[in-house]
Design a protein around this ligand. Structure first.
Ligand SMILES: Cc1cc2nc3c(=O)[nH]c(=O)nc-3n(C[C@H](O)[C@H](O)[C@H](O)COP(=O)(O)OP(=O)(O)OC[C@H]3O[C@@H](n4cnc5c(N)ncnc54)[C@H](O)[C@@H]3O)c2cc1C
Length: 393
């Protein structure tokens, strides 16, 4: 007889670790399976920091989920004593009509979220490291800030274990099939059965979810750390916000204060400017030309930041064609399989609420959270993914 569980969670990264914690909290007999070790850097949930914000330019439909995620992040910090969130404030900068500014304002107004609009002069006065052009403005949100991805995953794994979940690392799912009581899951070590399967595969979605009907594009992304000219003093989190900055061509960068002391510098990256890749073929080397392109972009908006290049690291986005998430019962196996994938470079801030939603879907088949936007069924007819290549950006 193979061991039997209520729910098996596959992938214990950002979303799967949260799902395991929420399932175990509800008393479900939970098994988590992860291909690598705990809190690794080969997927999408590493690199020391992630932005969180509520005035969401992507779509106002995300805001209720964000409000719940903020509550759950607070609870996570309380329950584990780990630092997972620092609300240092954030600015969304660009021309007034840019998606970053106009979209953020739309969500703020739609949901009555506290915010301030700053013109270029006021932005320069408040945050002297930022040098906007005269026709650029910013939406400032005091409740924006940063999350610690590694601490968040570790905190969820800790809670899952404390609440009785069994977590197996270095044990990948090889395949699964429906069986009489639910699903049967095979790994190199064993076979397990469960009533429900929850799949949170990150960048491995194209391999694990071939019959989902979602044309994913996995993208290589680069994070850069610089030591600013004149030191990190003006970049300390007590004085410096997180930022997303859209230029006149629609290119967005985002970045953080210097959160790990003067030696570690401050992190910055392009938002959505990756090249298609696969988890197996991603080029982890960052070239001088890429560093130079980042420094060049910064020269007009944060000119002191690229004083000295310290290091870079790669990470993967799992994009859907419309950049909205996929969170749903698997259309081909609606009775027993739930999926969470395609987070398209903006999922981390939702991690704990996605865990709550996945526990709802696996245990009751439904959720009170608004997730209509994430239903894959009607969205992707006729879309095709871009072909994986490793051409430079
Ligand atoms: C550079 C970068 C910057 C980002 N910035 C932000 C930001 O500022 N704000 C924000 O909200 N979001 C941001 N994101 C996006 C966010 O980090 C992701 O949406 C989120 O981490 C995705 O979590 P996940 O659980 O889907 O993937 P992962 O955390 O990668 O987890 C998937 C897991 O599945 C495991 N797995 C795969 N196949 C198998 C198998 N066969 N068996 C067992 N386990 C398997 C993998 O090993 C992995 O651990 C950023 C992402 C990157 C890369």
């Amino acid at each position: 007889m193979s061991p039997t569980y209520d729910v098996i969670v596959v992938g214990l990264g950002g979303m799967g670790s949260a799902a395991a914690a929420h399932l175990a909290a509800r008393g479900a007999r939970t098994l988590g399976l992860e291909k690598f070790g705990p809190v690794h850097n080969r997927g999408s949930s590493h690199g020391g920091s992630r932005i969180t914000r509520q005035s969401y330019f992507e779509d106002p439909a995300y805001v209720p989920l964000l409000l719940r995620a903020y509550e759950l992040y607070e609870a996570l910090e309380r329950d584990t004593g780990r630092n997972v969130a620092t609300l240092c404030g954030g600015v969304m900068v660009g021309r007034p009509e840019s998606r970053t500014v106009a979209g953020s304002l739309r969500s703020a107004l739609r949901w009555g979220l506290p915010h301030e609009l700053l013109d270029a002069k006021e932005l320069r006065r408040r945050f002297p490291t930022l040098t906007p052009a005269d026709d650029e403005v910013a939406l400032y949100e005091a409740r924006a800030g940063l999350l610690r991805p590694e601490n968040t995953v570790a905190a969820h794994l800790q809670l899952a274990t404390q609440r009785g979940a069994e977590l197996h690392f270095e044990e990948p799912l090889l395949r699964w099939e429906p069986c009489r009581d639910g699903v049967r899951v095979h790994t190199p070590e064993n076979a397990y059965t469960a009533g429900q399967l929850v799949i949170c595969p990150g960048a491995w979605a194209p391999q694990l979810l071939t019959d989902l009907g979602v044309p994913f594009t996995i993208e290589r992304q680069v994070m850069y750390w610089f030591r600013p000219d004149g030191g990190t003093g003006p970049f300390r989190p007590e004085r410096h916000p997180v930022y997303i900055w859209e230029d006149a061509d629609g290119v967005q960068i985002y970045g953080f204060p210097a959160i790990d002391g003067p030696e570690q510098g401050a992190k910055v990256a392009f938002f959505r400017r990756g090249v298609p890749c696969t988890p197996e073929t991603i080029d982890r080397t960052v070239r001088d030309e890429e560093v130079a392109a980042m420094a060049d972009q910064l020269s007009r908006c944060l000119p002191t930041l690229p004083g000295r290049f310290l290091k870079a690291a790669t990470c993967m986005y799992s994009n859907t064609p419309d950049e909205h998430f996929v969170i749903a019962r698997h259309p081909a196996h609606p009775g027993s399989v739930t999926v969470a994938c395609g987070f398209s470079g903006h999922g981390f801030k939702f991690t704990p609420v996605v865990g709550e939603i996945l526990a709802d879907l696996a245990l009751t088949g439904t959720t009170a959270h608004p997730i209509e936007l994430f239903d894959p069924s009607p969205r992707f007819a006729g879309d095709t993914p871009s072909r994986p290549t490793e051409a430079p950006a």
